[in-house]
Design a protein around this ligand. Structure first.
Ligand code: KG4
Ligand code: ZN
Length: 338
């Protein structure tokens, strides 16, 4: 089963072809980051127009790279939600048109399922496992019971971790997208230079990042009041933020896995590309006997078509369900397979 899938939920236009949900034949990504950097963030209307300009190009590139024609494809897929509405419609319309032309099925995909499914690419991971979903919009601990049955154990009460990274990067004067730039800066600083707060939450698996972000802002403002912050000050503040932001993620994910008796941990979402998260999760899992960890290649962590194809294969959804946002305590089932 070869699926051609499109991802246009935010600022990456991507088309990919994946076989049996795991083998990536082509994965073409055109990022709009440079375009939106001028404005310091994604402008939804502009994102939709950019997708419209680029979508045919990424589809042809994916087919060329795979050396396939449309006849070789068994089904077409696209992200239906959550995401920027105008942007989503570009990918959904393109995939539905291809499905109509070729009389092959159209499969709708939920963006969050797709991030989880990035762990199936080029791997042998099978549920059950614990997944830490960390992106620009989400920070969740998920119990993936079956391919199509996911329980949300904890979530952020305010900012998502990627959002906190982007906001702190802006405070430090780093260019958009802030997360990767902050990660790079943090690697040469002292993570213990500043003691930053770690929020307590009633539910042990929930997160809160707004206090941490505000603590960074206060320290920065205090420094500004006496003199311009030095490069060393910024680097150490970045490293201390990275330390505080990632320590809590790994601690809570490990605690959740232990309490459920799971010995497989996966990470997903744009922030799964973060160097500290990757190192800490590997380290934590290595110290447990017989545990396995799954970390998608960085290119499959940020938005991409390959993860959409994997999700279309393992958990195709009805349109309504594909548009739903995960919320805590909920079981997300799949009416197509149950
Ligand atoms: O999953 P994604 O591409 O889009 C959403 O679905 O949100 O995640 C984008 C988020 C942004 O906030 C970006 O700054 C963050 O992931 N990000 C990172 C890194 N790479 C991307 N954050 C920290 N460290 C990174 N290396
Ligand atoms: Zn995403």
């Amino acid at each position: 089963m070869k699926i051609l899938a499109l991802e246009t939920s935010c600022d990456e236009t991507s088309a990919a072809i994946v076989e049996e949900g795991r083998k990536v034949i082509a994965n073409i990504i055109s990022s709009q980051a440079d375009f939106h950097a001028k404005y310091g963030g994604v402008i939804p209307e502009m994102a939709a127009r950019q997708h419209l300009e680029t979508i045919n190009f990424v589809i042809s590139e994916a087919l060329d790279q795979a050396q396939y024609g449309l006849d070789d494809i068994d089904a077409f897929a696209a992200t239906l939600g959550p995401g920027l509405v105008g942007a989503l419609l570009v990918g959904a319309n393109a995939a539905k048109t291809l499905s109509f032309m070729t009389q092959k099925p159209f499969l709708g995909v939920n963006h969050l399922y797709a991030h989880v499914a990035s762990n199936y690419l080029e791997s042998d991971l099978e549920p059950p496992f614990l997944c830490l979903l960390i992106s620009g919009g989400h920070t969740q601990i998920l119990h993936v019971k079956h391919y199509n049955q996911i329980e949300i154990l904890g979530t952020t009460l305010d900012d998502a971790i990627g959002e906190a990274y982007d906001k702190v990067a802006r405070i430090l004067g780093l260019p958009y997208p802030g997360g990767p730039a902050l990660d790079k800066l943090a690697q040469s600083g002292n993570p213990k230079a500043f003691a930053l707060p770690q929020a307590r939450t009633d539910n042990p698996y929930d997160f809160s990042y707004s206090g941490l972000k505000t603590a960074v802002l206060r320290l920065y403002e205090k420094q500004m009041a006496s003199k311009d912050p030095s490069e060393d000050f910024k680097t150490d503040l970045a490293a201390s933020f990275q330390h505080a932001a990632t320590e809590v993620l790994v601690k809570k994910a490990m605690a959740a896995a232990k309490s459920l008796g799971l010995n497989q941990i996966a990470i997903a979402g744009g922030v799964a590309a973060n160097s500290a998260v990757r190192m800490k999760i590997q380290h934590a899992v290595h110290s447990e006997n017989g545990w396995r960890f799954f970390i998608p290649e960085s290119i499959y962590c940020t938005d991409n078509g390959a993860m959409v194809a994997a999700s279309a294969y393992f958990n195709p959804l009805t349109t309504d369900l594909a548009m739903e946002v995960f919320s805590r305590g909920e079981q997300v089932g799949n009416p197509l397979n149950s």
